[in-house]
Design a protein around this ligand. Structure first.
Ligand code: A3P
Length: 302
């Protein structure tokens, strides 16, 4: 019942704003609605016991969020199904007329878990001042790009991506919402030298889920039994999350799942079904150039 009320509110609010329009903050492309309230985002007051989940869009954010929520709730799936993921863990950049992610976070009791896609330099300074724990999840550029392309096709809140060939160029030039993939993954990687950031990789989570979930558990200061970890692995598997209405955004009015489902393929190496040979070469060249100044490396295929 509560859920329907939320969705109704969101739909009526949705009609009042300007979906898909973009602007910029410090050269980073962001939704126009967000740019319009930028001071409110920048002035957000984090608290020392806040946990932040940060990522480039489509890197496995929702997956990480659900893992965190289940760990915090000792693997209790009923508790984790109490509400859709965006209500359990407010999204800082969620802008609506009446109820933005910031308002949601401000109204929430501590300890709070929050989500952002902001590049490191645009994160509200209070997160650094309060020394909040942060989990960052990154995904290889090629799968990330393909996933983002299909997401922009199905999500009315983002600009239309155009054709795949057009999108490929836009993505590599960094002119997509939330900015350049290169700068994002490198910026957060560098920041972990001076701040408590657990840096995860989508590909490692796929290949070694127990190992990665244990890392998250330890980072959160929890100690769960082996069988609970097994249950968390099962309940955060792609197939289970795809059927879970609290994690698959099935009720989000701006997403058209018949164009492309939110839980699309959940694979490593799906880019091979999308990239031409020439695009692969171009992407590799751009990657070599842009990643020359970092120790970061990614698994592109199994
Ligand atoms: P694909 O589009 O490649 O399928 P985000 O939550 O950051 O928006 O990321 C969404 C991407 O993560 C989608 O990728 C989605 O299918 C994938 N994903 C979500 N949950 C997953 C899970 N439990 N296991 C593997 N991939 C998952």
């Amino acid at each position: 019942m509560a859920k329907n009320k939320v969705e109704e509110t969101r739909e009526s609010e949705w009609n009042l704003i300007t979906p898909g329009e973009i602007s910029q903050v410090d050269g980073i492309v962001l939704e126009k609605n967000l740019c319009n309230i930028w001071d409110k985002i920048w002035d957000f007051q984090a608290k020392p016991d806040d946990l932040l989940i940060a990522s480039y869009p489509k890197a496995g954010t929702t997956w990480t969020q659900e893992i965190v929520d289940l760990i915090q709730n000792n693997g209790d799936i009923e508790k984790s199904r109490r509400a859709p993921i965006h209500l359990r863990q407010p999204f800082l950049e969620w802008v609506r007329t009446a109820n933005s992610g910031i308002d949601q976070a401000n109204a929430m009791p501590s300890p709070r878990t929050l989500k952002t896609h902001l590049p490191v330099q645009l994160l509200p300074p209070s997160f650094w001042e309060k020394n909040c724990k942060i989990i960052y999840v990154a995904r290889n550029i090629k799968d990330n790009m393909v996933s983002y392309y299909y997401f922009q096709k199905m999500n009315k809140g983002l600009p239309d991506p155009g054709s795949w060939d057009e999108y490929f160029e836009t993505f590599l030039s960094g002119k997509v919402v939330w900015g350049s993939w290169f700068d994002h993954v490198k910026g957060w990687w560098k920041k972990k030298e001076s701040h408590p950031i657990l840096y995860l990789f989508y590909e490692e989570m796929m290949k070694h889920p127990k190992h990665e979930i244990r890392k998250v558990m330890e980072f959160l200061g929890k100690n769960l039994k082996e069988e609970i970890l097994e249950e968390i692995i099962y309940n955060t598997s792609f197939d289970v999350m795809k059927k879970n209405p609290m994690t698959n955004y099935v009720n989000d009015v701006k997403m058209n799942h018949s164009l492309s489902p939110f839980m699309r393929k959940g694979m490593i190496g799906d880019w091979k079904n999308q990239f031409t040979e020439a695009q692969n070469k171009q992407c590799n060249e751009s990657y070599e150039k842009n990643m020359a100044d970092t120790s970061l490396s990614f698994c592109m295929e199994l």
